[in-house]
Design a protein around this ligand. Structure first.
Ligand code: G6P
Length: 609
């Protein structure tokens, strides 16, 4: 989604800003722009498409020599993908210049009022309205004008603002959208994502909601929009963020799929003790008693994270016997949910910045729930807004289609369920057994990955088909949803995931000759039921691609193609069965010639509702 980079310091801003934009490319965007304020005034350039297009345009431009500037990658919300709608935006006089992530919800009303006061609008964006509003309120002090303007707006924002009359000042603010300030020596790098900061400094702080920071080369002042001074909490950024290299892989998604065994070993390291039958989750200890006594868990998230939460529902009810619900954060937050005493809300998120998930968490906290986070990005907004939580530790995920974060989330939820189960009812012996099974997962994923070439060959047989079904039952119903999501995200093939039994209630009408139907048919409690569903699809001409347990002879009789996974305790089976589905989606996108890591219209981190 939209990305922001800003710089004030002692080296030319242009190169640093472009390099920062490149680091944000993975988030998804459709156009990019830059503004540099130097001795010769303000220079602005914008381009539709990749940052490379912007770079090419800059080659033929003079100027852009200053050491203060802002830049942006835009993911269109208000107004089409055109150069005019690209950020940075300025007011009519070209005095105020800003980049913005988020949505100004009352922009139409503000536009009308500002229009009546003589402001003219060149773009269709909500951001231009904010530039004009700041200009309208400007009385010689940018920071005050920004604060005054932000008191008038509703919605979400992260902004970085320049003013030609104050050529040594950069003002940034946040409500909802992420924004970090990297603190160097005589320089500051501001960005919506730490990956654009770490190349310059590891010291940074995240702005909190309603905070405004005023930066000069030798001073920094953080306060709320109501002028209350704020002391920022400094963080040490993980320098790994800046060094994510592709190595021998063609795409980040491919690398991240193959990285899963190693990533999961890191997720589990030091947290499971097989000999003692103990799970050690330091991030939960301070609230262990409340968690053990919890009456209900609500898992929430969006996209892939929600699918992990759905598996969490099965895990928590099965292994810890705690009533658990799961709900899209976007629905939970607006339906006035009932949060009774003893409710724990668990927000699941790779980025820790998904706007709906963050808002659902706030809603739950306001209603008295204990808030947990299952998050990958350390120091992200969600992780900072929870009472307790467990990090995934799977390393930065760059591919837009989430893979290793999904298996990391499921592994963490499994450990949480075992942690609570052991304290509530489960015997040491059973816990030891489950820990041993969990520890076997990374090696078993390696076995699945060894079949990559065969999975590619199977995918090739069906890749021209435009409609696919994914079906599973029990623990692997969410896996079916995840398999369908992966395929549509990057290969643009229409795919539906569903509980296998639900097929008969409508989707069966879609089945025609040769239609690919992917069944997660590992040996589990509902295996024979899945076999019956397979027969129903076969009888209507559908082609069965089964994900099945190694050594299963029966499945070979009914499936056209079988992708094998090793045997594992059923609650852990999604950690294995999802892997062939990730690979199928990956190969389908490659075979169709799509840009796997930058799928059309998608964003890695969705910071608007
Ligand atoms: C976007 C991404 C998905 C991701 C979802 C939730 O839609 O493209 O891959 O699953 O957001 O993101 P989160 O960072 O909260 O896990």
């Amino acid at each position: 989604m939209c990305g922001i980079v800003g710089y004030i310091g002692n080296i030319p801003a242009k190169g640093l800003l472009i390099e920062g934009l490149k680091r944000l490319e993975y988030r998804g965007y459709d156009s990019a722009g830059i503004a540099v304020l130097g001795d010769q005034g303000l220079d602005v350039e914008r381009a539709v498409g990749r940052v490379a297009n912007l770079e090419a345009k800059l080659e033929s431009r003079t100027g852009f020599d200053g050491t203060l500037g802002i830049a942006h990658t835009r993911w269109a919300t208000h107004g089409a993908v055109t150069e005019t709608n690209c950020h940075p935006h300025t007011d009519n006089a070209g005095n105020i210049c800003l980049v913005h992530n988020g949505i100004i919800e009352n922009y139409a009303a503000l536009r009308t009022v500002l229009g009546e006061r003589g402001h003219e609008f060149r773009t269709e964006t909500d951001t231009e309205v904010l530039a004009c509003l700041i200009a309208e309120l400007y009385e010689g002090d940018l920071e005050s004008a920004v604060k005054a303007a932000l008191k008038e707006v509703t919605g979400a924002y992260a902004i970085a603002v320049l003013c030609t009359q104050e050529p040594d000042v950069l003002v940034c603010a946040r409500k909802g959208g992420p924004l970090m300030v990297g603190v160097g020596s005589g320089e500051y790098v501001v960005a919506s994502d730490p990956s654009a900061i770490v190349a310059h400094t590891n010291r940074a702080f995240a702005l909190d909601d309603y905070n405004v920071v005023r930066l000069t080369r030798d001073s920094i002042r953080t306060s709320t929009i109501h002028n209350k001074a704020v002391t920022p909490q400094m963080l040490q950024l993980n320098s790994e963020l800046g060094q994510v290299e592709l190595g021998s892989f063609d795409h980040y998604m491919q690398k991240e799929i193959f990285e899963q065994p190693r990533a999961l070993r890191t997720t589990l390291r030091g947290r499971v003790d097989r000999d003692e039958g103990r799970i050690v989750l330091g991030g939960l200890l301070s609230h262990a008693k409340e968690l053990v006594r919890a009456r209900k868990f609500i898992m929430t998230g969006q996209g892939t994270a929600l699918h992990a939460g759905m598996i969490g529902e099965y895990l928590f009810e099965d292994l810890a016997k705690i009533p658990t619900e799961v709900e899209y954060a976007s629905e939970f937050r607006y339906r006035n949910p009932i949060v009774e005493e003893g409710t724990v809300v668990c927000a699941i998120s790779q980025s820790g910045e998904t706007a709906d998930t963050l808002a659902a968490l706030e809603e739950a906290k306001d209603k008295g729930a204990l808030a947990l986070g299952v998050v990958n990005s350390v120091g992200s907004s969600i992780s900072r807004n929870t009472d307790a939580g467990v990090y995934l530790r799977v390393g930065p995920e760059i591919g837009v289609a989430s893979t290793k974060a999904f298996t990391g989330q499921v592994a963490v939820l499994t450990m949480m369920a075992l942690f609570l189960g052991r304290r509530r009812l489960t015997s040491v012996e059973k816990t030891k057994h489950m820990i041993a099974e969990l520890e076997s997962v990374p090696d078993k994923i390696e076995i699945v990955l060894e079949q990559a070439d065969r999975i590619k060959a199977v995918t090739e047989k069906y890749v021209q088909r435009e409609n696919w079904l994914f079906m599973g039952r029990g623990y692997n119903y969410p896996t079916a949803l995840e398999g369908a999501l992966k395929l549509k995200e990057i290969s643009y093939i229409h795919a539906e995931g569903m509980p296998a039994a639900e097929m008969k209630h409508g989707p069966i009408a879609l089945i025609n000759d040769g239609m690919p139907a992917v069944f997660i048919a590992n040996r589990g409690a509902q295996y024979t039921k899945v076999l019956a569903n397979i027969e129903e699809v076969r009888a209507r001409g559908g082609h069965i691609i089964a994900v099945a347990t190694e050594g299963d002879k029966e499945i070979e009789q009914v499936a056209h193609d079988v992708l094998w996974v090793p045997e594992v305790a059923e609650p852990l089976s999604p950690l294995l069965t999802v892997v062939p589905l990730q690979l199928m989606a990956y190969y389908a996108a490659v075979l169709r010639g799509h840009d796997v890591d930058k799928p059309r219209n998608l964003a890695k981190s969705v910071t608007v509702e």
